[in-house]
Design a protein around this ligand. Structure first.
Ligand code: AMP
Length: 399
């Protein structure tokens, strides 16, 4: 079932209404200066849309980890100033996120369209999803809009609790996330390819298991591939391996056979004696990794095989790097795959975390169909889990 977004509300539903919007303004700071404002910029289309339709916006976010205590170094005040410049409108910074004086200000200041509440995590009740706190927050507005996908996997007061008291809709950012991520599971354009990498099988086994049922092809790369190679009886030298997960790996390979799905594991590898020793680098067959070496990137044959799969696929989901891409000597596999995806006519969905960093490393972010804004939330979605911050939104049919 599709979730309703602000686009599904008609003009009268927004005109003169007060809208509580949960955004992700958890931006990095250095010496009091915002070093990357992309999260603030990303919220602007939703804010613009709401203002254009006559609503006034009450913005809620967390910043850092104040652990339920007021911490002036984690105040959202500098963000109010920055947002005001970006959106070219006054933004009234509230000294708190709940309370009668805040409520009165919002109700009486009709000359202001944008109010920024103080850090919701100054209250411990935010993360415990306390009912009274959620009710207080909700009492500031007429409608709730969820536009923080990155925290949607948390059942907090400002991400889920408020929806018990207000009609709740997805903002434009969350709508985009859901459209692309749903396209992987809900009638994807086939063939559907998933490329999953990263360090450990343990953190991605549920993702692999869930994806296997939906994809046509699955590529397993990165550090996790060695648990699969070892499970099949190959020697993996000093490569990363989770010995207690070899049974799970075998189970997944058997499941692929029974579902008639094809899994591509590395065919060849870039190995070295250690991560810091680049003078011992060589390319070897993935089934014959020398005892004293470790696999740190996929080799050229594997890159070619992945590229062939990308060429025949209409939808590609990528989550996790295919080698130790932070070190240039082991970044080739990850970078080449990112470059190939950037030129592919397929719908390309980059699933958060380190694969996003890799796409930025090769400057190809603008050439992907969608880059997820939520690492943890994206992983939980791909595992098939229900995200509390999404589950609480209205269904499209009921609007
Ligand atoms: P994850 O957070 O699970 O997506 O893992 C990302 C990390 O996996 C990155 O820091 C990579 O350096 C690491 N990684 C990828 N391939 C390998 C490998 N072959 N050996 C060790 N670490 C790897």
């Amino acid at each position: 079932m599709q979730k309703a977004s602000i686009n599904d509300l008609n003009k009268e539903n927004l005109y003169r209404k007060i809208v509580l919007i949960r955004v992700d303004f958890n931006v990095p700071f250095e010496n009091g200066v915002i070093t990357d404002d992309s999260r603030i910029k990303a919220a602007i289309p939703t804010l613009d849309y709401l203002i254009k339709h006559g609503a006034r916006c009450v913005i809620a976010s967390h910043l850092g980890r104040p652990k339920g205590k007021k911490d002036v170094s984690l105040s959202l005040a500098p963000i109010a100033k920055h947002l005001s410049k970006l959106i070219n409108q006054d933004v009234l910074m509230c000294h708190d996120c709940i309370g009668n004086s805040i409520k009165e200000t919002i109700q009486n200041r009709h000359d202001i369209s944008l109010f920024l509440l103080e850090n919701v995590r100054f209250y411990k009740e935010e993360e415990t999803n306390n009912e009274t706190f959620a009710k207080e927050l909700a009492s500031l507005a007429d409608i709730f809009v969820q536009d923080a996908f990155g925290t949607a996997h948390r059942a907090h007061a400002s991400t889920a609790g408020v929806s018990n008291y207000l009609p709740s809709y997805a903002g434009l950012l969350v709508k985009k996330e859901l459209t692309f991520l749903q396209s992987v599971f809900d009638q994807p354009e086939r063939p559907l390819l998933a490329i999953v990498g990263g360090a450990k099988v343990s953190t991605k086994i549920a993702v692999l298991d869930h994806l296997l049922e939906n994809v046509d092809y699955l590529v397993i790369g990165g550090g996790m591939a060695f648990t699969f190679l070892k499970a099949q009886g190959f020697s993996i030298g000093k490569s990363l391996c989770e010995d207690d997960k070899t049974d799970l790996a075998l189970h997944l390979l058997d499941k692929a056979i029974s579902l008639n799905k094809s899994i591509l594991l590395p065919l060849d590898l870039v190995v070295s004696q250690s991560i810091t020793k680049t003078d011992t680098i060589r390319i070897v067959d993935a089934k014959q990794i020398p005892e004293n070496t470790m696999g740190l990137d996929i080799g050229p044959e594997t890159i070619k095989a992945i590229e062939s799969l990308i060429n025949i696929s209409k939808t590609v989901l990528w989550n996790g790097p295919l080698g130790v891409f932070e070190i240039d000597a082991f970044a080739k596999g990850t970078c080449e795959v990112a470059n190939r995806l950037a030129t592919s006519p397929a719908t390309t969905i980059i699933g958060g975390g380190d694969s996003v960093a890799a796409v930025h490393k090769v400057n190809q972010a603008r050439n992907m169909s969608h880059i997820s804004t939520g690492g943890g939330a994206c992983l939980e979605y791909l595992e098939g889990k229900e995200l509390p911050g999404i589950a609480c939104l209205k269904e499209k049919e009921t609007v």
